[in-house]
Design a protein around this ligand. Structure first.
Ligand SMILES: Cc1cc2nc3c(=O)[nH]c(=O)nc-3n(C[C@H](O)[C@H](O)[C@H](O)COP(=O)(O)OP(=O)(O)OC[C@H]3O[C@@H](n4cnc5c(N)ncnc54)[C@H](O)[C@@H]3O)c2cc1C
Length: 524
């Protein structure tokens, strides 16, 4: 690997820069990534405010879409054999991988980053693909609305989530974010602009989720919004055995009167905290006394705070809604601890916590190829979506293979869409009288035990084991994670029937790469 890197970046300046970035990783994060993220975030807030208050004009959107169409038409006329992809630099996207497929693609610039319309009567919002979750909550929550599935990390984009996958702690109620899409507006491989809804271009509508921009370029998406209240009434229920957690989570996720929000953080094989939430107003003195602005810079990281209920016992709080929606942004779930080990120390929080978390983009920008490879080989980022009856077994398997804690668990509905099933197959565990089966996401992010203990660890072998487990139980792997499956195994996990039909019908075969070619293993 060292030779490859040396060949690719052979100038003296690059070599000096790379060794600096590798040797002083912590300092680079602290002195560059953190301040740059802080300044960039302020710039974006100002830019979005100016756009919405002074410049917003639907006609401008049409003009920007025309620019995308013109680029696609020019590609068609050029007779190029290079497939197309978005020009967004890989370091800007939130996925931890820096894939290299873009170097073989013709890049189309899609500078579409604005909220276009909010229709509270129809309960929909129309946004451009680069609109971020932070931008949406800033705009909608003060109006008393939110996406039906309002995904956590502030920098995730609407386009990336609906073309990839998006889940939240109310996915047991709504499904994935793509299940809340009302309409996609897409520029096809020949430059035509089409709208796909459950009635219009229905086949395309159901094939777009998980397609990762390989059926067309998304230029706008209309999503369902729901009325919200200013607070989340969150109850923390500590569980002291794996059986207790599994029984509670499974029953709450399918109960007709189950909670609106449901999340589990697993701190060890036997210890976890189940969190159930409902939208709430805060009126009484007792309620006011329980308000927790959990995202203030001096507060402990949310998952650490939740862990404290293992000792103190069941309790509840009222969390201001935007704080709840982005409760894991400040600590990047539990990843920040590895980059800034003292980040949750009260002294650091009070003095520098206001800088917020470093943006994933800046962390990626300062990752040399050696750091990227080490991250993939010595660090795990895995999310599997599995049928709910696998909950106990999956925790045990993750314990045996990774032994990384905390683990994240979000229950999720997977719908039966009949002949329009798309990438996810018809669930085999349909609930009686319902058109959905209950699944859950289990996420492991961190350094596996073997690496921590300096024992032999083979990322390829270990991840392949959990991939096989997911295939065997008819589950799925989130595609932003490290994937080691072969093309055949990938096509066994995801149903490509409708997808391939749509690639033929909508002239995508030459125009765009296949999903596998975008997410396949970077290293063997
Ligand atoms: C720290 C972290 C936390 C996360 N938390 C969550 C979470 O809570 N819930 C969750 O569901 N997921 C979560 N994710 C995963 C997330 O769903 C993926 O990273 C996803 O890919 C979205 O990232 P993005 O917005 O940067 O999109 P990108 O990675 O840029 O895009 C995803 C795919 O969609 C394609 N695409 C994007 N825009 C367009 C367009 N306009 N036209 C055509 N194709 C397009 C891209 O080419 C790419 O293939 C998390 C990821 C990280 C790193």
């Amino acid at each position: 690997m060292k030779e490859e890197v040396a060949k690719k970046y052979s100038s003296r300046t690059s070599t000096v820069l790379f060794s600096f970035l590798e040797k002083y990783r912590g300092i680079v994060i602290l002195l560059f990534c953190l301040p740059a993220s802080f300044i960039y975030e302020r710039f974006l807030i100002l830019r979005n405010w100016i756009y919405w208050n002074l410049l917003a004009n639907p006609k401008k959107h049409d003009e920007r879409v025309k620019i995308v169409q013109d680029q696609v038409i020019r590609w068609n006329k050029s007779g190029s054999t290079q497939p197309m992809c978005t020009a967004r630099s890989e370091w800007l996207s939130m996925g931890p991988k820096i894939a290299d497929f873009k170097k073989d693609c013709h890049r189309i610039a899609i500078n579409l980053r604005d909220i276009l319309e909010v229709d509270t009567k129809k309960q929909t919002i129309r946004v451009e693909p680069l609109v971020t979750m932070g931008q949406v909550t800033q705009h909608l929550v003060p109006m008393g609305w939110a996406f039906a599935v309002m995904v956590e990390m502030e920098d995730l984009t609407a386009g990336g989530l609906v073309m990839g996958v998006g889940m939240e702690t109310n996915s047991h109620h709504w499904g994935l974010i793509q299940d809340t899409v009302v309409a996609y507006e897409v520029v096809l491989g020949d430059g035509t602009l089409v709208r796909a809804t459950a009635e219009e271009n229905k086949d395309l509508f159901y094939a777009l989720p998980w397609s990762h921009g390989t059926l067309g370029f998304l230029v706008a998406v209309e999503l369902k919004i729901i009325p919200v209240k200013p607070y989340m009434h969150l109850t923390y229920i500590p569980c002291h055995s794996l059986d207790e957690m599994c029984k509670l989570t499974e029953s709450l996720s399918i109960a007709d009167d189950g909670p609106e929000f449901l999340e589990v953080t697993v701190y060890s094989k036997e210890k976890s905290v189940v969190m159930v939430g409902e939208f709430a107003d805060v009126k009484t003195k007792e309620q006011k006394a329980k308000i927790n602005h959990c995202n203030y810079w001096f507060k402990p990281w949310f998952y650490k705070h939740a862990e404290s209920f293992l000792k103190s016992g069941k309790n509840d709080e009222y969390i201001p809604l935007r704080h709840y929606y982005h409760r894991h942004t400040r600590s990047i779930f539990w990843e920040l601890e590895q980059l800034v080990p003292f980040g949750n120390n009260p002294v650091y929080r009070w003095l520098l916590g206001w800088l917020g978390a470093p943006k994933i983009s800046f962390i990626k920008l300062t990752s040399t190829p050696s750091i990227q490879r080490a991250t993939a080989e010595l660090h795990v980022v895995q999310d599997l979506i599995l049928p709910i009856n696998e909950l106990k077994r999956s925790v045990l398997i993750f314990h045996e293979i990774f032994e990384i804690y905390p683990l994240l668990i979000y229950p999720i509905r997977i719908y039966d869409y009949g002949k329009y099933q798309g990438f996810l197959r018809k669930p085999e565990n349909l609930l009686p009288g319902r058109n959905y089966g209950m699944f859950y996401d289990i996420g492991a992010y961190g350094t596996p035990r073997a690496v921590r203990k300096k024992e032999p660890w083979n990322a390829n072998e270990s991840i392949r084991k959990v991939e096989k487990y997911a295939r065997d139980v008819k589950g799925y792997q989130c595609l932003y994670t490290d994937i080691f499956a072969t093309r055949e195994e990938f096509e066994e996990m995801f149903d490509h029937t409708l997808y391939k039909e749509m690639r033929r019908k909508y002239k995508a075969e030459k125009a765009f790469p296949m999903v596998y070619d975008k997410v396949k293993p970077l290293w063997k």
